[in-house]
Design a protein around this ligand. Structure first.
Ligand code: UDP
Ligand code: MG
Length: 148
């Protein structure tokens, strides 16, 4: 089953949105496979966002991510990468539809509350980076009520 990496950024943690965000993924029917609150070091944040290292906003982005603890999660389910991005909403909250996490809880692109992997391959890399210890092996007892 497909997995994605989701991170509640420092603003999301500080603003008390952890429960609300987890709730949205849970209620959708996705399965939580990994979860931890942690502060990351600069080098780790730079590695996570390595693909964006040439962008003008890169340094500000790294400062943002290391500015407080984040909640790192692995969610599992059918099409969870693409659907997870839809639940999160467009990168710039000015363009994120109401009903999405960024549409409901964010105003600025540099404080957009949450990260989600953009492809199955980047999800695989990000899960390996953030959860080198591996994730939980379990199947929800609701499985047959969510999947036909
Ligand atoms: N970002 C920014 N300014 C920009 C573009 C992106 O501050 O002009 C930040 C924003 O927090 C975004 C993150 O960099 O979530 C990663 O950018 P990406 O294009 O990968 O967007 P995402 O995948 O998070 O929607
Ligand atoms: Mg991205």
């Amino acid at each position: 089953m497909e997995q994605t990496f989701v991170m509640i950024k420092p603003d999301g943690v500080q603003r008390g949105l952890v429960g609300e965000i987890i709730c949205r993924f849970e209620k959708k029917g996705f399965t939580l496979k990994g979860l931890k609150l942690q502060s990351v070091e600069r080098a780790f944040a730079e590695k996570h966002y390595a693909d964006l290292s040439s962008k003008p906003f890169f340094n500000g982005l790294v400062e943002y991510i290391i500015s407080g603890p984040v909640v790192a999660m692995v969610w599992e389910g059918k099409n969870v990468v693409t659907t997870g991005r839809k639940i999160i909403g467009a990168t710039n909250p000015s363009d994120s539809a109401p009903g999405t996490i960024r549409g409901d809880f964010a105003v600025e692109i540099g404080r957009n509350v949450i990260h989600g992997s953009d492809a199955v391959e980047s999800a695989r890399k990000e899960i390996a980076l953030w959860f080198p210890e591996g994730v939980a092996e379990w199947q929800s007892s609701l499985h047959s009520w969510i999947y036909e």
